[in-house]
Design a protein around this ligand. Structure first.
Ligand code: ZN
Length: 296
């Protein structure tokens, strides 16, 4: 009697363990999206970014919104512990020293970080942040911020004097994969057309522990630099993985650049990689080709 009861309870325990591990593997990756200030229309793009990530079926996205410009930033200190990655749609006033330190420790200790478009304009004076994004632009950045990073058969670090961050006219442009074996890029076309967007150029920064995944040629005919500019990058900072997409300009609710399937898919894959170090998502059939843009 005793032994059959113990067999039964052991069986029940095994069943419970199996069920909980199943639930664990199916649990969404929790992601925190930070917004609240930006020189872009973050009130339109944040719900879209959340939708893009959650539509993959992998993520559950919470949003943390800072105080508006001029507000008391000391009250903004979301707890990062529950999250596998933080996605920034923020370009504004400095966070409090306390939250900057918490964010730095979060990434250093293995938290994922994803920087979207103008998030790489933020915090020119925050050294660790600039190490996380690798390169950034505007807000006084220049050669003192670090080299201008571009691609000429390999990464070039140009230390000559000049501004950090500029862009030519918005246009559709071709993205060229530079690291086809990287999990984020594996299976994507070697070249694909990105919908009309700003092509950030002359980005500068510490550029340490950086991998350039894809570049685009900033044509002088579009007021660009005549260089292959890095637009998709990964970095490591301590134990943390960072995905940096310079794509995704938006100044209104049409969100054309962010509706490009190339933007969508690289953001989904880059966020999964930042959160877990792997990419399990398939490349969708509507991904742009080398001569055709594709939007959703
Ligand atoms: Zn922009």
């Amino acid at each position: 009697m005793k032994s059959s009861a113990s067999l039964f309870s052991r069986g029940l325990l095994a069943l419970l363990l199996a069920a909980s591990s199943l639930a664990l593997s199916a649990a969404p990756l929790r992601v925190l999206l930070i917004d609240g200030q930006n020189n872009h229309d973050w009130k339109s793009s944040s719900p879209w970014i959340k939708e893009v990530l959650e539509s993959s079926g992998l993520f559950q996205v919470d949003v943390a919104t800072t105080t508006p410009k001029g507000g008391d930033m000391s009250v903004f200190k979301p707890d990062l512990k529950p999250y596998r990655a933080v996605v920034s749609n923020y370009n504004g006033e400095p966070w409090s020293k306390e939250f900057q330190a918490a964010f730095t420790e979060y990434v250093r200790n293995g938290g994922g970080f994803v920087s979207v478009h103008a998030a790489d304009n933020a915090f020119p004076d925050w050294q660790e942040y600039n190490e996380m994004i690798g390169v950034g632009g505007w807000n006084g950045r220049n050669e003192k911020s670090g080299p201008w990073l571009y691609w000429e058969e390999k990464i070039v670090r140009d230390t000559s004097p000049g501004v950090g961050g500029s862009h030519g006219k918005q246009h559709a442009f071709k993205m060229i994969t530079r690291e086809p074996a990287h999990p984020i890029m594996a299976g994507l076309p070697a070249e694909w057309m990105h919908s009309k967007d700003e092509l950030y150029d002359r980005l500068r920064g510490p550029a340490k522990n950086i991998t350039v995944l894809a570049t685009a040629f900033a044509d002088k005919a579009q007021n660009g630099t005549g260089r292959n500019e890095p637009l998709l990058m990964t970095l490591s900072f301590g134990g943390g993985r960072i995905f940096h997409t310079a794509l995704g300009h938006n100044n209104g609710p049409d969100l054309a650049a962010q509706k490009c399937v190339g933007f969508i898919v690289t953001l989904q894959r880059g966020t999964e990689w930042a959160a877990t170090g792997q990419v399990t998502q398939k490349v969708p059939a509507d991904f742009p080709t080398s001569d055709k843009v594709s939007s959703r």
